[in-house]
Design a protein around this ligand. Structure first.
Ligand SMILES: Cc1cc2nc3c(=O)[nH]c(=O)nc-3n(C[C@H](O)[C@H](O)[C@H](O)COP(=O)(O)OP(=O)(O)OC[C@H]3O[C@@H](n4cnc5c(N)ncnc54)[C@H](O)[C@@H]3O)c2cc1C
Length: 417
């Protein structure tokens, strides 16, 4: 089933009776060439690119819940390529380029909207860092504009520019950054993978990883044992638990990140605005809700919900930046489980077990990485060598200390990234 303007018109005029399910509901086969554990954005994108770019279609994605129920359906949907460090810079640049052609390659409307991202700065030191970061972005071939206070005021006049503690000095503006509809990204990749022959198996939790003589041979699941030549672990906040099934201890801590949405309002925030000093960021969804969030809850947890001190902190930061927000009613809040790595950067690598691969450590920034991660992980799994854009995301950097990408400059504390 392909989507087109003509098809939508025809279905609209004939009672929408011709649509078919986006993906099948197959029972697990006894064996696959590749099993991808985790049907989040990264797992589904991996399966899609395995089929699309490498011709591997005897592939299953095993998801313990339902497609879109994890972080891929819980995030605040910001897509950008404004990283500073070598490694991250080229990877997110690669990912953004994939975003820009995604709707066409998936034949699916993921509502990718390049509305621009503004990173505010509030001191001379922060301005210097923004200028360095802008230069890295431009060197990478991406777009960056340094705005002074008046430039920012023209775009977002409703901010509190004269706040005594956080006066706005200017912003790093990234016009190609923006947002996308998060669950549509999961559905689009699921549909694209299914169309190419991948089995997407929901309600199928992996409970064990079978290893024989240093080589992976399959997995144990709540729907029985399944054999596989290769297995990819792509389970975000559950990475440590699933890797432990293969006897591995990962340098990952799982932390809660919360987000909030208000009632629908008329369009008032055109860009994505980030207020790093106050740990607050905001955009407006296409339905009109103001979507915002802040920092981690600062304790390790597997509970996909947050606590009240962080709610208070985020609301205070929002009121500091844009007092008008106090008039909006918050509809709901939720949490997701973040796979925090010590340097705030991801891991896409082989493991010491032959045929077992790992994709994790996305911290609170893995939605924008979905196309790039799927694309690079599929390359690694299919070809047994890293994709050039992800070659620095090695697991052994945490043992050797060589090649760390400490994007935030906060050292090795997971909860400070
Ligand atoms: C509140 C919030 C805001 C965020 N905002 C942004 C943002 O604005 N921009 C951005 O780039 N990133 C953002 N992120 C981060 C981003 O959502 C994540 O980094 C990314 O979604 C993680 O990858 P995923 O989609 O594959 O994860 P998930 O969707 O969590 O996928 C992992 C899947 O693995 C499954 N799984 C786990 N264990 C097993 C098992 N044993 N067997 C089978 N399946 C298993 C889970 O059920 C889950 O569906 C945010 C996250 C949160 C929570």
């Amino acid at each position: 089933m392909r989507f087109s303007a003509l098809r939508i018109l025809k279905e609209g005029l004939t009672g929408n009776k011709g649509w078919t399910p986006h993906w099948r509901d197959p029972a697990p086969k006894p064996a696959y060439d590749v099993i991808v554990i985790g049907g989040g954005g990264h797992g589904l994108a991996t399966a899609f690119y395995l089929a699309q770019e490498h011709g591997l279609t005897n592939v299953a994605v095993l998801e313990k819940g339902y497609i879109g129920g994890g972080n891929v359906g819980r995030n605040t949907t910001i897509v950008r390529a404004n990283y500073n460090m070598p490694g991250n810079s080229e990877f997110y640049s690669h990912s953004l380029k994939l975003w820009e052609g995604l709707e066409e390659s998936l034949n699916y409307n993921v509502m990718h909207s390049q509305r621009g991202v503004l990173n505010l700065f509030h001191s001379d030191g922060q301005r210097d860092y923004a200028a360095r970061r802008a230069n890295s972005m431009i060197n990478q071939g991406d777009d960056a504009i340094l705005l002074d206070r008046e430039g920012v005021r023209k775009m977002v006049p409703y901010l509190d520019f004269e706040n005594v503690r956080f006066p706005i000095y200017g912003a790093l503006y990234h016009p190609r950054g923006g947002t996308a509809r998060h669950d549509a990204v999961a559905w689009g990749y699921a549909r694209g993978a299914d169309m190419r022959g991948v089995d997407i198996i929901q309600n199928c939790e992996v409970t064990g990883i079978d290893i024989d003589n240093g080589r992976v041979t399959g997995v144990q699941t709540t729907r029985g044992a399944i054999k596989a030549k290769k297995v990819g672990i792509v389970v975000a906040g559950r990475s440590s638990q699933v890797a432990a099934m293969a006897g591995m201890r990962l340098p990952i801590e799982s932390h809660v990140l919360q987000a909030f949405v208000t009632e629908g309002l008329k369009p008032c925030i055109d860009q994505v605005i980030t207020f790093g000093m106050g740990h607050f960021y905001i955009s407006q969804s296409d339905k009109g809700g103001l979507v915002f969030g802040g920092d981690l809850d600062m304790y390790a947890s597997y509970a996909a919900r947050g606590n009240l001190p962080l709610v208070e902190h985020v609301m205070e930061a929002g009121m500091t930046l844009m007092p008008m927000i106090g008039k909006a009613k918050v509809l709901r809040s939720w949490g997701g489980i973040m796979d925090m790595s010590p340097d705030g950067s991801p891991i896409i690598d082989k493991t010491h077990i032959q045929g077992l691969y790992l994709d994790c450590g996305w911290c609170y920034g893995g939605f924008k990485a979905v196309p790039g991660s799927g694309n690079c992980f599929a390359h690694l799994v299919a070809q047994d060598r890293p994709h050039p854009a992800a070659a620095r995301f090695r697991l052994d950097r945490f043992r050797t200390g060589v090649g760390l990408m400490d994007e935030e400059g906060t050292g090795s504390q997971h909860n400070l990234h």
